[in-house]
Design a protein around this ligand. Structure first.
Ligand code: PSU
Ligand code: MN
Length: 327
């Protein structure tokens, strides 16, 4: 099969001289990319701002172990002292989990953070950008950011969506966080031209919940089919955009839907009452849910992330082996 020429694009940082790239790749990530063996990017905001301490460090390690057990190399992304790290060593991972001064860095925050030497955890938008620049194609997270329920008055829409409409990366997630306006977020993804595949589901997942009640247009059943879609994206060339693989949390591990709806309503009311806005909104709502569900939402969140990490490693494996044939 002859491939169409790839669209002109900025070369990934992995192909740049390390002297000219501000990115610091861990040795094992650099090695895996050079050998075209599977790599999975992981974000750090979920660790620093999305999960309670000390569980967050255990989870950060567990997710990396899951990637390794599936035969891929984990590349957790964070900015430390102004340097974007792609792949964290033990100490760096400890720091991301325990340093309470760490900022939350979306894509737009990266340049100021680099210029001022700041440290921060990267969100989906920050991580997707840095991972793609490093030459990593597959990324696992919990739930994407999206359109907030109060959008009509606040215009709060996560930068995740816009960045994913401009970045060639495959993001495995359990849908978008259910604290959001899910239907509006799906409409935005359509408008922005971001493809969404349901993994073994015809329904978009609901993050803590297996189902959101909204259909997806495309369903795949195997990781190899996701890699086929990634190859088709590249064969088409042209505009870079992401591919979202929506992988539901298993029904046995979801949060009880009635509990979810009740506590979420309380959380949204509390956020409004306390005047929580901007970057603080998502962490506030997630921790409110964790507290008021007696930890049940946390378990559902973790079950979702684990499933996403495993699937991402499988997709990365198919992607890497497909790459061998391509030269
Ligand atoms: N998924 C989780 N927990 C999280 C997040 C995702 O299971 O904490 C983070 C991601 O980093 C995502 C961010 O990019 O929440 C969205 O924040 P905001 O709505 O402020 O863009
Ligand atoms: Mn926001």
């Amino acid at each position: 099969m002859t491939e169409l020429p790839a669209s002109p694009r900025v070369s990934p940082a992995a192909s740049l001289s390390p002297l000219h790239s501000p990115l610091r790749l861990s040795d094992e990530v650099r090695d895996a990319l050079a050998r075209r063996t599977p790599v999975v990017a992981l974000e750090s905001t979920i660790i620093a701002h999305g999960l309670p301490r000390p569980r967050n460090l255990q989870v950060a390690r567990e997710l990396e172990d899951l990637v390794r057990a599936a035969g891929a190399v984990p590349a957790t992304v964070a900015v430390l002292d102004g340097v974007p790290h792609i792949g964290l060593g033990k100490e760096a991972l400890d720091r991301v989990a325990n340093d309470t001064t760490l900022r939350k860095l979306g894509f737009r925050d990266l340049a100021p953070a680099l210029a001022t030497g700041v440290s921060g955890a990267t969100t989906v938008s920050g991580t997707a950008f840095l991972a793609a620049r490093a030459g990593i194609r597959v990324f696992a997270t919990g739930g994407l950011g999206g359109v907030h329920r109060e959008w009509v008055t606040t215009q709060d829409e996560s930068a995740d969506l816009g960045l994913l409409s401009r970045t060639r990366i495959t993001v495995v997630c359990a849908g978008v966080k259910s604290i959001l306006d899910v239907p509006a977020t799906l409409e935005r993804l359509e408008t922005l031209g971001v493809a969404v595949l349901g993994f073994r589901t015809a329904e978009f997942p609901g993050f803590y919940l297996t189902r959101s009640g909204r259909p997806v247009d495309w369903t795949v059943r195997e990781a190899s089919e996701v890699a086929d879609v990634m190859r088709a994206q590249d064969a088409l060339g042209g505009l870079d955009s992401a591919l979202i693989v929506a992988n539901p949390v298993p029904e046995a591990e979801q949060l009880d839907p009635a509990l979810h709806d009740r506590v979420l309503a309380e959380a949204l009311a509390a956020a409004e009452r306390e005047g929580v806005t901007g970057q603080a909104t998502t962490p506030f709502l997630l921790s409110y849910l964790t507290e008021r569900t007696g930890g049940a939402s946390l378990e559902a969140n973790l079950a979702a992330v684990r499933g996403n990490v495993r699937l991402a490693a499988e997709i990365a494996t198919h992607w890497a082996s497909a790459g061998e044939g391509r030269k």
